[in-house]
Write a protein that binds this ligand. Sequence first.
Ligand SMILES: COc1ccc(C(=O)/C=C\Nc2cc(OC)c(C(=O)O)cc2Cl)cc1
Length: 298
Amino acid sequence: RVSVSDGDGYTQLNQYKLKDEIGKGSYGIVKLAYNEEDDIHYAMKILSKKKLMKKAGFFRRMPPSREGKGGGNSRPPNPLERVYREIAILKKLDHPNVVKLVEVLDDPDEDKLYLVFELVEKGEVMSVPCETPFTEEVARAYFRDIILGIEYLHYQKIIHRDVKPSNLLLGDDGHIKIADFGVSNEFSGGDAFLTNTAGTPAFMAPETLRDDHQNFQGKALDIWAMGVTLYCFAYGKVPFEEEYVLGLHKKILKDEVRFPDSPEVSKELKDIILRMLDKNPSTRITLSQLKDDPWVTC
Ligand SMILES: COc1ccc(C(=O)/C=C\Nc2cc(OC)c(C(=O)O)cc2Cl)cc1
């Protein structure tokens, strides 16, 4: 059903003319796509099924399963299921601060899987590290959008788990849309109870790094990552950085948050960052408390 044709230098996919690459990550690439039918540009995320299978170690020989211990099917879940679950999540989301999935082009005979999203014209809101962080007014406007987007996701029983500036897209209207549900978790009941680490190391909450393997609540993980993100908006860099990941984990678990002397940042902004970067998830600020915070409401 998906007709791929290589014209003079560009790829045509059904009614979409693929243009330059506008995004790239562990997931694959994102290309600008022009829809000839409605004369509108879209963002086309291109995934390779083979790459997804390989990444999940699907083709790796399984260690001989010890029959005696109920060997059973000890295979990891099919990584394509992960993508199809992500697509199912995306299809049910409809909010001004969440990216909009328009359609999926998936030809069973093709290796590639195409996700068509509404274009968020300015792309990533900030690439970290950044020499020119935002003023508090700009950071506040963006942060308000993030609060509304995350509140909507938690209401839809979804934990994002990878909130960070590069997953926050800025539109021409100056508003933010949250993107990339590649590691998100759906839950039932009041909150998710998780045990796996996921997301981007510098944005991971301390409770996910403790080796006492307790399970931890999902919503508080997004709050922590929102705190790291707001710190990036204000200072252009992450609060805990270390060359090696184990050193980074130690800092996230042990180090106090330090605020550089410049740029000048108000006490209110420092206070809200500290409330989100509370290492104890049960005393960490909640979304509804965030909405009433003096820095957010001022
Ligand atoms: C300079 O102008 C630019 C305009 C738009 C972009 C852009 O869109 C980039 C990534 N986009 C996305 C990524 C996603 O995941 C990783 C997902 C998702 O899976 O939710 C959705 C989208 Cl849209 C870049 C530059």
